[in-house]
Design a binder for this molecule. Sequence first.
Ligand code: MLT
Length: 407
Amino acid sequence: MITINEHYNKLQASYLFSDIAKRVARYQEENPDKTIIKLGIGDVTKPLPPACIDAFHQAVDEMASDEGFRGYGPEQGYEFLREAIAISDFRARGAEISSAEIFVSDGAKCDTGNFQELFGPDIVIAIPDPVYPVYLDTNVMAGRTGSFADGRYKGVVYLESTRENNFVPALPSQPVDLIYLCFPNNPTGSTISKEALRSWVEYARHNKALILFDAAYEAFIKDDSLPKTIYEIEGAEEVAVEFRSFSKSGGFTGTRCAYTVVPKSCIAYTAAGTPQALHGLWNRRHCTKFNGVSYPVQRAAEALYSAAGKEQSQHLVDYYMKNAELIRTSMSDLGFTCVGGDNSPYIWIEGQMDSWQFFDLLLDKAGVVCTPGAGFGKCGEGYIRLSAFNSFDNVSLAMARIKEALA
Ligand code: MLT
């Protein structure tokens, strides 16, 4: 008899963003005349930067000739891209990361979801609440949690991010082994200072723990005092893996390209306590399960590091950040307490009501889609998240409609 992985039965009904998409589709079917503005899932709307398009075209043309054609590439990514990443994203900020420590992939969602495969089944995981659901769900699937009751999985240490701690969780009061952190944060848009991040690195070093640091939104940081990579913190290379993405800063949500940094000095332990480098383990997993990102896509990603590409990508970021500012000021003017939107494309809004109720209200009365905070965890109840990824015109219209709906 074929049996299933019953840990899947512990999961909540469906993936948050699929659930929202279904509700919106149903609403649209019932209200065919209404135009809906989507500020829910963080999906970009502007086209790829011209530098990427040129590189993409050129790479496709190369594939059309006998001399230029390429079959399987290196699973870890082409050296031209890995080196551009190492120079611009790390060494330029004083972080000694080499191209050999970078693994190019098709998304930070897959990488943050897959990385837990390297660890034992009995480790204690610390997960922020609210949280990007992928970190938690993949650990549930792997059997690292107990059942779900009262909004929480048993056995997980939740790192509560609330108004009281400015949406930056405190260090856990009990020892944990694997820590997920995301800054600028999804969903709250909060940021972490260097001092606070240093305390997490010190905690991990002291407790032989590991930090999985999701920095997918670092391009949106405007405040120069904030860390853009965890490797700006001394000693982090021994206790932290970092995830990055071209999705939002380069407009690659549909094109798919991201990368993970696994420093060679980063270690975990065998059950007997022997240190083992994670680099080799991740390389083994990556080569076994992944065949690399396509050559044209990697050339397009490389183009983001050219002078023109950097300028165009900054232009995209600035465009969405103007939307973020408009959302934040409009919602604040309506009397809501907001975080995020200043160094992040997400605005976390205290809704003064149940978050699904607020979701329904905005959809019904304003035709605006948000993400209900409760979908990100128990601490998200009472909040909604608005995303800055849409056109400025649509965001302006959404704000006008919300104002009218709530008047
Ligand atoms: C989000 O809206 O949280 C993100 O777009 C989801 C993702 O990047 O997978």
